[in-house]
Design a protein around this ligand. Structure first.
Ligand SMILES: NC(=O)c1ccc[n+]([C@@H]2O[C@H](COP(=O)([O-])OP(=O)(O)OC[C@H]3O[C@@H](n4cnc5c(N)ncnc54)[C@H](O)[C@@H]3O)[C@@H](O)[C@H]2O)c1
Ligand SMILES: O=P(O)(O)OC[C@H]1O[C@H](O[C@H]2[C@H](O)[C@@H](O)[C@@H](O)O[C@@H]2CO)[C@H](O)[C@@H](O)[C@@H]1O
Ligand SMILES: [Mn+2]
Length: 450
């Protein structure tokens, strides 16, 4: 098996150490020659990288080299795979994305509703620049992007790089949900085969099969409605916010029993309840700053101080394993089936061709080969079309510097609806994002009485 040269962009991410542990656990499926970290924040990256050096020395002696840098050319040259996990504006701006809509009693969430728009308008420019840089230094590398808001980023990258066949956008949420299905069934998550359709953070499982073709969908639905639903992946199993989110699945399956929902649909189906439960001073960003970020930094500090991993507990999570299994299937043409984002082109028959959808695909060394979904029925089609229009308008607003398109996007979004409220949120977000967003201008159209 050819060993791969892997670059992680966003080396300082809170997910990096989990990813490294997953690379260790998956070394037979995805053997590596080298790992390189690249980040624009030298200090943030250094802490994670110094701990990683020790982890790799102890747990990945087969690796030829590990290094980290803030120099793009050095980082991005000779890559076989580039995993991209950046957060433009950091967790501080995530907090703004969540707090601003709450001022106006709208959902405050990083990828859904106004928060998703704000984060998207920050991410798109950096992502376009990065993909251009990667293509300059490693024209043939596979790019696996999971930078959020993945739906909006994927739509912008689709427009910007229409001919790039080695760029794939992915999300771990369906896989994390499947970990809990696997728990219900007493099976390994990678032995389950999903049937699924929708958009990123906006989709439904229509069936859960196993590799022998047995259908477990009704068993899972029954278990969820009778016994509840809990997160089982190690990273989120004990997190009160994720426990609450998974509990909401019980309610969604009771209200809409036809399919099994992605957890993110809670924000679109129960927006009022999502607003009521929030305390604006401790939205999710604050919880992550005091939780995952602190935990990861404390862990890194201890590994560095001890010079060994012997005194710490290091866990493998579905986030890393999922990304790596997808990468392995691309590298070695495994033909495994994973839920990924692709351009529709008829996969969902009654949606336009030129939109990004999230569906199961066979992952090959010529890219993802999505399975046909066929026609979707009115409820799902209506919801998806509204969300797609919002996503497209956000990307239009970016390219056209259009205030009006941004206002239309927010007004269309199910989490906002009211035009005056959309305008208030937008104006506050423009102010908060003045260092990050493109300038948005009002249209020159004149309204007359004739
Ligand atoms: N798609 C998914 O399912 C999924 C799952 C988990 C995380 N994510 C995403 O992964 C990203 C990282 O999340 P996090 O919570 O660890 O954030 P984080 O802020 O801890 O890490 C992001 C890192 O990227 C760096 N960075 C920012 N802009 C950069 C640029 N232009 N070039 C290089 N480096 C840059 C930052 O300095 C930081 O070290 C986010 O976009 C998050 O939403 C996506
Ligand atoms: O609120 P956060 O920062 O904890 O999570 C936001 C991310 O949530 C999803 O990812 C989960 C993932 O599903 C789970 O397996 C585990 O790895 O934790 C992640 C969150 O911590 C979602 O898919 C991502 O897009 C979000 O970034
Ligand atoms: Mn996701």
């Amino acid at each position: 098996m050819k060993r791969q040269n892997l670059v992680v962009v966003g080396g300082g991410s809170t997910y990096t150490i989990g990813m490294i542990m997953s690379l260790v656990a998956e070394k037979e499926q995805f053997p590596l020659k080298s790992i390189t970290f690249y980040d624009t924040n030298a200090e943030r990256q250094e802490k994670i990288a110094k701990a990683t050096e020790i982890i790799l020395r102890e747990k990945y002696p087969e690796l030829d080299s590990f290094h980290y840098t803030t120099d793009k050319e050095e980082a991005l040259s000779n890559a076989d795979f580039v995993f991209v996990q950046i957060r433009t504006g950091g967790l501080a701006m995530r907090e703004q994305d969540e707090q601003i809509p709450l001022r106006y009693e709208a959902v405050g969430q990083e990828t859904c509703g106004p928060g998703g728009m704000a984060y998207g308008l920050r991410s798109i420019g950096d992502m376009i620049e990065l993909v251009n840089d990667i293509r300059t230094y490693s024209p043939d590398a596979w790019i696996l992007n999971y930078t959020n808001p993945a739906a909006i980023v994927a739509e912008a990258l689709r427009r910007e790089f229409p001919a790039d066949k080695k760029l794939l956008n992915i999300c771990d949420m369906p896989a994390a949900i499947m970990v809990s299905y696997a728990g219900i069934l007493g099976k390994d998550v990678f032995d389950l085969v999903p049937e699924y359709f929708g958009l990123n953070h906006f989709g439904w499982f229509t069936k859960i099969l196993d590799k022998e073709g047995n259908d477990h969908t009704n068993t899972i639905k029954r278990a969820i409605t009778e016994d509840g639903f809990i997160p089982e992946d190690a990273e989120i199993a004990n997190d009160p916010s994720w426990i609450h989110t998974f509990k909401q699945v019980e309610r969604m399956v009771t209200d809409f029993p036809e399919y099994l929902p992605n957890t993110y649909l809670q924000y679109y189906l129960y927006p009022s309840q999502m607003v009521e439960k929030e305390d604006p001073s401790t939205t999710r960003a604050r919880q992550v700053i005091n939780g995952r970020e602190k935990r990861v930094h404390t862990l890194a500090d201890q590994i560095i101080e001890d010079g060994t991993t012997e005194n710490v507990e290091l866990e493998v999570d579905i986030h890393g394993r999922y990304m790596i299994r997808v990468a392995a299937s691309m590298a070695y043409n495994n033909g495994d089936i994973f839920i990924v984002m692709v351009e529709n082109n008829g996969t969902i028959a009654n949606l336009p061709d030129d939109v990004m959808v999230e569906v199961p695909a066979m992952i090959t060394n010529r890219g993802p080969k999505p399975f046909a979904v066929g026609h979707i029925s009115t409820f799902y089609k209506g919801l998806i079309e509204g969300q797609l229009a919002y996503e497209k308008l956000v990307v239009d607003a970016f390219y056209e510097n259009s205030y009006e398109k941004a206002l239309q996007a927010l007004t269309l979004n199910r989490t906002v609806v009211d035009a005056p409220r959309a305008r208030q949120i937008l104006d506050d977000m423009i102010e908060a994002n003045k260092d990050y967003w493109p300038a948005l201008h009002a249209s020159k159209q004149v309204v007359t009485n004739q």
